[in-house]
Design a protein around this ligand. Structure first.
Ligand SMILES: Cc1cc2nc3c(=O)[nH]c(=O)nc-3n(C[C@H](O)[C@H](O)[C@H](O)COP(=O)(O)OP(=O)(O)OC[C@H]3O[C@@H](n4cnc5c(N)ncnc54)[C@H](O)[C@@H]3O)c2cc1C
Length: 455
C-alpha cells in the first residue's frame, strides 16, 4: 500500500497530542480486532496463540454479537443465531474443541399452510414435504452446475445467473398456487428477505454446501441447537483468547497507513496497532470512519445494503399444543412459525418474516393478530425479540445477498487494504451469513495477519 498519512509521518507529535488512560501515550498492540462475535473471537484466539499481542474492542456489554442467549418467557431463548450442523465444518470443529452438545428442535406432529384462496390447510410433515418437494428440487436442481464447489461460490455457472432474484427463478418454475405459496414462504424462512430482493445465489450456495440435497439444506439451517446456548459457546471461546477483550468499547474511527493503524474509541481513547481486523457486518461498516476510505466493494455494498431485512420472534402461547409448524405466504407479516418448547401450561413458538417493518415484534397484540392467519385458537401471552435490523451495531440478521452482489463483491470484500483486514460472516466462502462463515472468516484473517506480521 503506497498511501501515507501525515499522522504516521509525525509519530512523536501524534503521541504527545493524545491522552490514553492516565498517561499521555497511545496504547500499542500488534493487532486490534473490532468486534467480539464469532469472527472476532476466533481471529483473536488464533492471533494470540500465534504469539501476537491482541486487543478485542467490542461495543456491546457482552461477547457473541448476533448470537445472544437471553432468559425470557421462562426459557433460555436464542435471540440471534441458533442452529448448527455437522455439514458446517468450521462450526463443527469449534463444537468439538469446546465439547458442545446438540439438541434437536422438536419434530412437528402437525403442519399448517395456505391453500388456493388462502384457506388454511392442515396435514402432516410428510404432506407438506410432498407439497414443496417439486419446487424445492427444481429451484436447486442446477445448484451443483451453478456452484460446483461451495467453497468457491463465485466459480461456475453462477457468474451467468447471479443477476437473477430468487423470485425470478421461482417464477420460471411451473407450480400451482398452493405449492408456489408454500415454497415461497419456506424460502422466506431461509433468506429472511422479500424474494424479489434476494439473489438466487443464496439458495444455490446453501444447496451446493449441502451436496445439492434440499432436505439436508433445511436440516442444516434449522434443526440442531447448541446445549448451553450460543452465549455459553461464545463465552468458552472468549475464555480461550490469550488477549484482552474490552467490552463497552465502541470504535468510531480507524486511520491507517502502510505500517500501522490508529483506532479511536467513542470515549476518546486510542490504540495503535500493526494490524486491524474489522468484523462488522456490511450494513454497519459505515458507523466507523475509516481513513483512507474503505475499498469500493465495502462502500458499494454498504450503500446498497444486503438483502436480508427480516426478523425472528419468540412467542409464548397459552396451553400445551401439539408440536406444529406453519407456513403462510411470503407477504404475510409472519411467514414461518414453529414450536420450540412445549410445557404443561404453555408453548413457545418461534416465528420469522421477510420484513421487520411489517410488524412490531415487541407487541403481543400485533403478533397475536399475525397468528390469526392460521389459527384462531392461539392466545399470545408474551413475546421476546431483538430487532437486529434496528440495532446500529448489526443492522442485519443473517446476511443474504441481493442479485449480483455475490459475484461482484465477495472476493474484494476478502482482500486486506494494507494493514486493515476484514472478517465477519459476510466475507465467508462456504456458509456465508452463518456462524460457520463467521468462524471461517476469523480463521482466514488470523492466518493472513500472522503471515504478514512474520515478513
Ligand atoms: C435472528 C438471527 C438468527 C440467526 N440464525 C442463525 C442460525 O440459526 N444459524 C447460523 O449459523 N447463523 C444464524 N444467524 C447468523 C449468525 O448469528 C451470524 O452469522 C454470526 O453470529 C455473525 O458473526 P460475526 O462475528 O460475523 O458478526 P457479529 O456477530 O455481528 O459480530 C460483530 C461484532 O462487532 C461489534 N461491533 C459493531 N460495531 C462496532 C464498533 N463500532 N465498535 C466495536 N464493536 C462493534 C458488534 O457489537 C458485534 O459484537 C442468525 C442471525 C440472526 C440475527
Amino acid at each position: 500500500m503506497a498511501r501515507s498519512s501525515p499522522v504516521f509521518e509525525q509519530p512523536k507529535s501524534f503521541r504527545a497530542s493524545r491522552r490514553w488512560g492516565r498517561g499521555y501515550t497511545v496504547e500499542t498492540t500488534d493487532v486490534v480486532v473490532i468486534g467480539a462475535g464469532f469472527a472476532g473471537l476466533v481471529a483473536a484466539r488464533e492471533l494470540g496463540r500465534s504469539g501476537h499481542s491482541v486487543i478485542v474492542l467490542e461495543a456491546r456489554d457482552r461477547v457473541g454479537g448476533r448470537t445472544w442467549t437471553n432468559h425470557a418467557l421462562g426459557h433460555d431463548l436464542e435471540l440471534g443465531g441458533t442452529w448448527v450442523h455437522w455439514v458446517q465444518p468450521h462450526v463443527w470443529s469449534e463444537m468439538t474443541r469446546y465439547g458442545r452438545e446438540i439438541v434437536r428442535s422438536p419434530m412437528a406432529e402437525e403442519a399448517y399452510w395456505l391453500g388456493a384462496g388462502a384457506e388454511v390447510r392442515k396435514g402432516t410433515l410428510a404432506d407438506f414435504t410432498a407439497l414443496i418437494d417439486e419446487g424445492q428440487r427444481q429451484i436447486i436442481a442446477d445448484a451443483l452446475a451453478m456452484i460446483p464447489r461451495a467453497v468457491d461460490p463465485t466459480v461456475g455457472g453462477i457468474t451467468e445467473r447471479d443477476q437473477l432474484s430468487l423470485q425470478q427463478r421461482l417464477d420460471e418454475i411451473a407450480l400451482d398456487d398452493e405449492a408456489r405459496s408454500a415454497n415461497e414462504s419456506v424460502w422466506v424462512g431461509h433468506v429472511n428477505a422479500p424474494l424479489n430482493e434476494v439473489g438466487l445465489s443464496s439458495a444455490l450456495r446453501w444447496a451446493s454446501a449441502a451436496g445439492g440435497h434440499w432436505p439436508l439444506m433445511h436440516e442444516a439451517s434449522a434443526t440442531y441447537r447448541v446445549v448451553g446456548g450460543m452465549s455459553g459457546f461464545t463465552a468458552a471461546i472468549a475464555a480461550d483468547v490469550p488477549g484482552d477483550i474490552r467490552l463497552n468499547s465502541t470504535v468510531t474511527a480507524v486511520e491507517h497507513d502502510a505500517t500501522c493503524a490508529v483506532v479511536s474509541l467513542s470515549d476518546g481513547r486510542q490504540l495503535r496497532a500493526q494490524r486491524v481486523v474489522m468484523t462488522l457486518p456490511i450494513n454497519a461498516v459505515d458507523t466507523i470512519k475509516v481513513t483512507p476510505v474503505l475499498p469500493d466493494a465495502w462502500v458499494r455494498s454498504n450503500r446498497e445494503r444486503v438483502a436480508s431485512q427480516g426478523f425472528k420472534v419468540w412467542i409464548k402461547v397459552r396451553g400445551r399444543l401439539p408440536r406444529f409448524f406453519a407456513y403462510a405466504s411470503q407477504h404475510h407479516a409472519i411467514s414461518v412459525l414453529k414450536s420450540e418448547f412445549v410445557e404443561d401450561d404453555h408453548t413457545i413458538l418461534v416465528g420469522f418474516g421477510a420484513d421487520h417493518r411489517a410488524i412490531d415484534i415487541t407487541s403481543v397484540e400485533q403478533v397475536n393478530a399475525a397468528l390469526g392467519v392460521w389459527r384462531d385458537d392461539l392466545e399470545v401471552i408474551g413475546v421476546a425479540a431483538h430487532d437486529w435490523m434496528k440495532d446500529p451495531l448489526s443492522q442485519n440478521t443473517w446476511m443474504t445477498h441481493r442479485p449480483s452482489q455475490l459475484t461482484r463483491d465477495l472476493s474484494e470484500l476478502q482482500q486486506a487494504d494494507g494493514v486493515l483486514h476484514f472478517a465477519g460472516c459476510d466475507t465467508a466462502d462456504l456458509w456465508g451469513g452463518f456462524i460457520d462463515g463467521a468462524i471461517e472468516s476469523g480463521l482466514r484473517e488470523a492466518r493472513l495477519v500472522s503471515a504478514s506480521l512474520a515478513t
